[in-house]
Design a protein around this ligand. Structure first.
Ligand code: ZN
Length: 245
């Protein structure tokens, strides 16, 4: 499994792309997780083939995680994509995403490739990929995801503080990414993660490698400095790649 960090930024980052990763297996199956406003350009900079991404998984639909969908589908329509696309989202979040698809092709109504909508379940399969999901603590329902492909395990939190359910999905992973917006502790009921909470999580887990991402721009220098002595922690960067094979 190969991981390509398209973006690691928070919603209004002036430095980084909006948070998103691309996953590829050895058969060239490709997923995109989240698609914020700067994600399409980052994919185009990579010369990503218009048919390469077979599925998009939306952790939730705050605009920094989904508003790039219109631009991306508009490009695929303009360049005549032929491959069917699977879109995974929460049932109640599908309608706004359908509006973005409608915007992408408007005033036409026809999309030149098939789009298959899937409701995110707690446990499901896609080809030979095993997927588990769980809610985090976020102001909008957000489903963290654990992918198991060819005996490798990858976790991506989407937005929100860890919950016992999302934390359970992180265990025994080869690589995990946890949203960590703030350097200082946020209130327990907060909608975002923070560094002290991530450090506690790391201390009680067997995580090998935990990437912090979606950090507020102003928190980055302090977070970067604070984790230099923790080899299992790293600060995610746009364009970072990982090969878990
Ligand atoms: Zn959000």
């Amino acid at each position: 499994m190969k991981i390509d960090v398209i973006g690691c930024g928070s919603a209004f980052s002036k430095i980084h792309n909006t948070s998103s990763v691309r996953i590829e297996d050895k058969h060239k199956n490709q997923w995109l997780i989240d698609c914020g406003p700067t994600v399409p350009r980052a994919l185009w900079q990579r010369h990503t083939d218009i048919n390469a991404i077979q599925a998009i998984y939306f952790t939730h639909i705050h605009p920094d995680h989904c508003s790039g969908l219109a631009a991306l589908i508009n490009q695929w329509k303009s360049m005549q994509r032929t491959q069917a696309l699977d879109i995974f989202c929460q049932k109640e979040q599908q309608e706004p995403l359908e509006s973005l698809v409608a915007l992408a092709v408007w005033p036409e109504r026809h999309v030149c490739f098939e789009i298959r909508w899937h409701e995110i379940e707690e446990d499901f399969q896609w080809r030979h990929w095993s997927i588990k999901t769980a809610l985090t603590q976020h102001e909008m329902a957000n489903r963290a995801i654990r992918l198991t492909i060819d005996d490798r395990h990858f976790f991506y939190s989407g937005d929100g503080r860890p919950t016992p359910e999302s934390e359970a999905l992180m265990l025994n992973t080869d690589l995990a990414f946890q949203e960590c917006a703030a350097f200082h502790s946020l209130p327990k009921e907060a909608s975002h993660g923070d560094l002290p909470d991530c450090l506690r999580l790391l201390a009680r887990s067997n995580l090998n490698k935990l990437g912090l991402y979606h950090c507020f721009d102003e928190a980055l220098p302090q977070i970067r400095q604070s984790i230099t002595n923790e080899p299992r922690l790293f600060l995610s960067q746009d364009g970072q790649t990982f090969d878990l094979t």
